[in-house]
Design a protein around this ligand. Structure first.
Ligand code: SAM
Length: 292
C-alpha cells in the first residue's frame, strides 16, 4: 500500500468513513521522496526512539518505523486510530497514542526511552499549532537529541533568523537558548492532500547537551526576552520597563549601557547571549535593590 499516493489516501479515508479535518491541520504528504527525506533527517547517528506528532494516515510513521527501533506516534483525531492500525499493521515497533500532544505527559510516556537515550522528534506539524508545540517541546526540559519538523516556511524563517534581521523575534532568541536551528529543504504546497495555502520548510533543531548560556535567573532571562519583543517598536529601556517592574527605567537603562549597548538600542538586535548577560545584570540589580 502506497500511503503517499493521493488516490490511495482518499480511498482509505473513505473506507474508514473519514474526511480531512481542517481544524486539526490535516494536510497529508503525497510525495514518497519527501517523506523519506524527513524520516532520514531526524537521525543523529544514535537515534533509537522517534516521537511523531500527528500521524495522519501513517506515511511518515511507516518510514520512521522502517528506520528506527521504536516510534511513538501521537494523533489527536480519534477517527484516524483504526485507520492507522490498518495502515501500520506490519510494524510491531509503533506505539499509537490517541491524544492531544499539548495535554500529553511526554516525559512519562517516554520515560524508559529517555533513560536509554537517543530520542528525537520527527513530525509534519499541524500549522494551526506549530509554535505552541515547539515552545512546549523546548521548554519541557526533556532530553531530546533533535527536533525535526516540517512547518510553514514563514515560521521557519523566524526560527532560523539572525539577530537584527526582520524575522528575528522572541521565539528565535528563546530557541537559541536550547539549541541550533537549521533549514533543511522546502516543500511546495502541491505535495500535500489537500494542499495548504502556504509553502513548507523542514527544519532541524539540534538540542544542546550542555547549554552555552547559563543565566543566573532563568525565569528573569525569559521575562527579559519577552519584554524586549512585546513592545518591538520601543527602545529597549522603554520595552523592559513595561515588563520588569522591579526596577525603575533609569536602572534598566544603566543595565543596558553596562552591557555595552546604547540606551537607544532595540531588543531585536540582541542575541540570546546578549539577553543572558543583560538579565544577569538586571538580576544583580534587583538583588541589590532589595537589600537596600
Ligand atoms: N504525518 C502526516 C503526514 O505527514 O502526512 C500528517 C500530518 S498533518 C499536517 C498533521 C496531523 O497532526 C494530523 O493528522 C492531525 O490530526 C494531527 N494533529 C493536529 N493537532 C494535533 C495535536 N494537538 N496533537 C496530536 N496530533 C495533532
Amino acid at each position: 500500500m502506497d500511503l503517499c499516493d493521493a488516490r490511495t489516501i482518499k480511498d482509505i479515508m473513505t473506507m474508514f468513513g473519514l474526511t480531512f479535518r481542517k481544524e486539526f491541520g490535516q494536510n497529508f504528504l503525497t510525495d514518497k521522496g519527501v517523506v523519506a527525506d524527513i524520516a532520514v533527517s531526524c537521525d543523529t547517528g544514535s537515534t533509537k526512539t522517534v516521537l511523531e506528532i500527528g500521524a495522519g494516515c501513517g506515511s511518515l510513521t511507516h518510514e520512521l518505523a522502517q528506520r528506527y527501533e521504536k516510534v511513538v506516534a501521537i494523533e489527536i483525531d480519534r477517527g484516524l486510530i483504526p485507520l492507522l492500525k490498518y495502515t501500520l499493521s506490519e510494524h510491531k515497533n509503533v506505539e499509537l497514542v490517541n491524544a492531544d500532544v499539548m495535554k500529553t505527559d511526554i516525559g512519562g510516556l517516554l520515560h524508559e526511552d529517555f533513560e536509554r537515550g537517543g530520542v528525537s522528534v520527527c513530525a509534519n506539524l499541524p500549522y494551526y499549532i506549530t509554535t505552541p508545540i515547539l515552545l512546549e517541546l523546548l521548554g519541557s526540559g526533556l532530553p531530546f537529541d533533535c527536533i525535526t519538523v516540517m512547518i510553514q516556511s514563514e515560521v521557519a524563517d523566524r526560527l532560523c533568523a539572525s539577530a537584527g534581521s526582520r524575522d528575528y523575534g522572541s521565539v528565535t532568541a528563546y530557541l537559541n537558548y536550547f539549541g541550533t536551528c537549521k533549514k533543511l529543504f522546502n516543500v511546495p504546497a502541491g505535495k500535500f492532500l489537500p494542499p495548504p495555502k502556504v509553502d513548507s520548510t523542514v527544519v532541524r533543531i539540534d538540542m544542546y547537551k550542555d547549554k552555552p548560556y547559563k543565566p543566573k535567573d532563568e525565569k528573569l532571562f525569559f521575562r527579559t526576552i519577552r519584554a524586549a519583543f512585546e513592545q518591538r517598536r520601543k527602545t529597549l529601556p522603554n520595552a523592559l520597563s513595561a515588563g520588569i517592574s522591579e526596577l525603575p527605567k533609569e536602572m534598566l537603562t544603566e543595565a543596558i549601557v553596562s552591557c555595552g549597548f546604547a540606551p537607544t538600542v532595540r531588543g531585536e538586535t540582541l542575541s540570546t547571549g546578549d539577553f543572558c548577560r543583560l538579565s544577569d545584570v538586571i538580576s544583580d540589580m534587583i538583588a541589590e535593590n532589595g537589600n537596600k
